[in-house]
Design a protein around this ligand. Sequence first.
Ligand SMILES: C[S@@+](CC[C@H](N)C(=O)[O-])C[C@H]1O[C@@H](n2cnc3c(N)ncnc32)[C@H](O)[C@@H]1O
Length: 251
Amino acid sequence: MATAALKSGLKRLLGRTGFDIVRSTNSRGGVDDFLPFEATVRAARSAGLSVGDYIDEVMNGTPGATQATIDELRALGVFAADPRTVLEIGPGSGRYLEKTLQECSPDRYEIYETAAPWAGYLVDTFEVIARPTAECSLAPTPDGSVDLVQAHKVFNTVTFLSASRYFLEMARVTRPGGRIVFDVMTETCLDPATMRAWAAQGGAGHDSYPAAMPRRACVDLFATLDCALEASFPARMGFASTEVLVFAKAA
Ligand SMILES: C[S@@+](CC[C@H](N)C(=O)[O-])C[C@H]1O[C@@H](n2cnc3c(N)ncnc32)[C@H](O)[C@@H]1O
């Protein structure tokens, strides 16, 4: 009973921060609580919303948050580049995936998602290809084969090592001239007032969430992988934010 109350309190808390709670089959995924697949899909349907919009508007109380990121990416020309192959890590409910597919029509959209029910739902709904997840590797995807590699609200939920391993893999699979887009909770998202707010409202049994990542470390790492920072902008996450980084791999 106490556990159920704690879980439901945690779910409310994380919902307010813009975080989706999805069971991770990878115990190193950082947060392995549960956004119930069937109940969420049913609730979205009865609200007449897509699952993504239902999560933004109703569950997270941040209407338009996903669309705002997509709009920024469009303004940066990410979709005008007409990506033929897209790869997304941790799409979860698919709220970014759905909106990406409204902006471009790739021939192949690969996902690496540890939450099996959501991965199956995305395969059935959007005809994407689910790849096996293991050790934060993108091994099934060949070198230099993807036009747009993205991850949203993932690297603030996993450990430093998981994020770092995925970063190296993202650069490997991106084709020359391709783009890499992901958000991280950098120092630009952590002014003293926000840190105080996290200290007061975060945690609740999940010490690993949210995970911070230095901006400079990302930029310097990707520079060594021939990927230059093109742009960055904030993305809402409840009372706080993450920073979206957009890299271009040298052509
Ligand atoms: C906070 S959710 C974000 C979901 C989605 N991108 C969104 O913004 O709505 C984090 C997602 O990453 C997935 N995940 C966690 N660890 C992962 C890993 N090692 N590889 C791939 N996906 C992972 C979780 O299952 C979950 O779907």
